[in-house]
Design a protein around this ligand. Sequence first.
Ligand SMILES: Cc1cc2nc3c(=O)[nH]c(=O)nc-3n(C[C@H](O)[C@H](O)[C@H](O)COP(=O)(O)OP(=O)(O)OC[C@H]3O[C@@H](n4cnc5c(N)ncnc54)[C@H](O)[C@@H]3O)c2cc1C
Ligand SMILES: NC(=O)C1=CN([C@@H]2O[C@H](COP(=O)(O)OP(=O)(O)OC[C@H]3O[C@@H](n4cnc5c(N)ncnc54)[C@H](O)[C@@H]3O)[C@@H](O)[C@H]2O)C=CC1
Length: 501
Amino acid sequence: MANRKEKTFRFIIVGGGIAGVTCVEQLSSQIPSADVALITASPHIKTVTNYRQVSKTLEEFDVEEQPSSVLEEKFPNLTVIHSAVKSLHTRSHSLETTDGRVFGYEKLCICGGGRPKLLTQENPYVLGIRDTDSAQELQKRLSKAKRIVVVGNGGIALELVYEVEGCEVIWAVKDKAIGNTFFDAGAAQFLIPSLETNKPEKDTPCKRPRYTTEEPAPGGSHTFTADRNARRQGSSSTEAGSALGPDWHEGIVLQGSEQGTRRVSLEYQCEVEKIFTSEELLNSPPQTLGHENVGSWPVYIKLTNGKTFGCDFVVSATGVVPNTEPFLHGNNFALADDGGLQVDDHMMTSEPDVYAAGDVCTACWEHSPMWQQMRLWTQARQMGWYAGRCMAAQVLSEPIELDFCFELFSHITKFFNYKVVLLGKFNGQGLGSDHELLVRCTKGLEYVKVVLSGGRMVGAVLIGETDLEETFENLILNEMDLTPYGEELLNPNIDIEDYFD
Ligand SMILES: Cc1cc2nc3c(=O)[nH]c(=O)nc-3n(C[C@H](O)[C@H](O)[C@H](O)COP(=O)(O)OP(=O)(O)OC[C@H]3O[C@@H](n4cnc5c(N)ncnc54)[C@H](O)[C@@H]3O)c2cc1C
Ligand SMILES: NC(=O)C1=CN([C@@H]2O[C@H](COP(=O)(O)OP(=O)(O)OC[C@H]3O[C@@H](n4cnc5c(N)ncnc54)[C@H](O)[C@@H]3O)[C@@H](O)[C@H]2O)C=CC1
C-alpha cells in the first residue's frame, strides 16, 4: 500500500463534524505552512460560529453546516477529500478511502463521531436520530403517524417528546423520573408540567435552518396534552453525515398526521421486551394488548411492565456508539468499555502518531474531580481544538498541558424551553453517599440544585434564568468551604454575588 500513496500529508484529520473541523482550524492556524487534509464522508462540514465564552468554562456557540470550500478558502494549505476512510494502516502511516485513493500521513486525528445505539438493528420500524438524513426520515414518517413510541431517557428523548405535535407519543423510560442523563427526580418533577402546557410561539424563525422540509400530510401511566397549531419550516438541503446538535428540531416540522396537539403518555421503569410486526403478532400466541386491535398498527412494542402498544414506528433514543469500525481492523487500538478509542491527556490513542477527538474517543486520563466526559457538542469542540494543539506541539517540540476546559464539566442547553446549566458533578456522579443537596425551586420559574461534598460545592443544576452560573462556577473552582453559609447559599433574598465578593 505504501507505494500506492497518492500524497503524504503532514496532518490528516478524519471527520467533518465539530471535532474534526475544529482540529483542522487549530492546526492550520498554528502551522499555516503544513499540508493538512480533512477526509470526510459527509458532503458538508460543521463549523462553529458566534462562539461566546460565557464564563471561565461555560461556552455557547452556533453550528452551521457549510460547504467545505469555505474552509479551503480560509486555509490555502488545506485539502478536503470527500470520501469515507475504508481502511487504516497505522504501521505504514497510510489510509485508503472508499473511492480507492491512498494517502499517507505523519500525524492523524480520528474524529469519526458516533452512531445511534439502536434497540435493534435493521428493523424498518425502529428509527434512530443522528444526522440530517435520519432527521428527515423521522419528519417524513412522522407526518403520516398517529402514534409513536419513544424509548430512552436522555437528550434526544427529552427534545422529541416536547417538540412532537399532532401525534400521540408513548414515552418508555427505564427510570423513575424523566431525563436521567441530565437530571434527578426533583428536576424532573419541575419539568413535567411543561408537557401539559403549550409551547411558546416562536416569533422569529430559526437562525440557521439546515434541513429540507416537506409539507406534512394532512391531517402506571401519565398523560399530558397541549394544543398548538403553529408549524415551523426550514429550508436548505443537506445530506447525511455529522451529528445534529442544538436546535436540530428548529428547522424541521415535527408534526404528526393529526391536528396540532401534544399528547405524551409516560411509561416509567420499563424496558423493551419485544418488538413485533403486525404479522408476527397475528402468528404468535395471544398477547395482552388491552384495547389494541391486532393488525391495526404496522408494529407493536411489548414493554417489561406487561403492556403492549401498537404504533407507526419506534424511536430508539438510547445513546451513542463511537464510530470505530473502519479504523480498528488490522491495528492495535485500545478501546474503552463504552467502545470509544482510548485517548490520553494529549488526545493520543494507543497507536503511534494517531490522535482522536469528539464522540469517537473516550477520555482515559485521570480526570479532574469535577469533570466527566459526555458526548456533547461542546466537548467535541474542546477536544478537537486541544487535539490540534497537541499535534502541533509535538511537531514543534513544545510542551503542552491539559487544557483548563477539562477542569470543570459545564454544559448549557435548553430542555422544555428552559435554559439548563449543568456544572461539575451535577448529579453527584461518583460521590456515593458522600454528598448533600441544597435545592431551591419556584414552580414554573426556576430549579436550583447544589451538590456539596465536605462542605464544598462540587456540582449544580440550574434550570431557568437563575443568573447563578458564574458565581457557582467560581465557588466550585475555588473549592471554598461553604459550611458557614449553610442554607443561606440558596436564600433568594440574598444577592449571592455580593455575598462572596
Ligand atoms: C439529535 C441530536 C441532538 C444533539 N443535541 C446536542 C445539544 O443540544 N448539545 C450538545 O452539546 N450536543 C448535542 N448533541 C451531541 C453532538 O451533536 C455531538 O456530541 C457532536 O456533534 C459530536 O461531534 P463529532 O465531531 O465528534 O462527531 P460527528 O458530528 O458525528 O462527526 C463525525 C464526522 O465523521 C465523519 N465520518 C465518520 N466515519 C467516517 C469515515 N470512515 N471516513 C470519513 N469520515 C467519516 C462523518 O461523516 C462526520 O462528518 C446532539 C446529537 C444529536 C444526534
Ligand atoms: N441538549 C443536549 O445537550 C442534547 C444532547 N444530546 C446528545 O446526543 C447524544 C445522543 O442522545 P441520546 O440518544 O438521547 O443519548 P443519551 O446518552 O443522552 O441517553 C440515552 C438514554 O437511553 C437510555 N437507554 C439506553 N439503553 C436503553 C435500553 N436498552 N432501553 C431503554 N433505555 C435505554 C439511557 O438510560 C438514557 O436515558 C448524546 O450524547 C446526548 O448527550 C442529544 C440531544 C440533546
